[in-house]
Design a binder for this molecule. Structure first.
Ligand code: SF4
Ligand code: SF4
Length: 77
């Protein structure tokens, strides 16, 4: 997919991501890890709330800790 379209789609998904409410979220970091990439920051595993997120449900994702593991293989972006 063309990078400009990817950026537009990521911008649309961004407000749906609930990582900022997660106890493991490393503040001040771009979210939407499931559609993008893992975090560069060190993450302490304190739980993952991805299964409460609309992006996770709509994409039928089944994994957790995308901030550590990186993009889901089912991501279409
Ligand atoms: S599934 Fe997780 S990483 Fe992906 S947008 Fe939702 S909260 Fe963020
Ligand atoms: S990917 Fe999961 S564990 Fe990581 S910040 Fe988002 S909700 Fe929390």
């Amino acid at each position: 997919m063309n990078q400009t379209i990817k950026n537009i789609l990521l911008k649309m998904v961004f407000p749906l991501c609930i990582c900022h409410k997660c106890p493991s979220y490393p503040k001040k970091d771009p979210k939407v890890y499931c559609e993008r990439a893992k975090s560069d920051k060190k993450i302490e595993e304190k739980g993952c709330i991805c299964d409460k997120c609309l992006v996770w449900k709509l994409n039928r994702f089944s994994n957790y800790y995308y901030c550590i593991e990186g993009k889901d293989e089912k991501s279409k972006i």
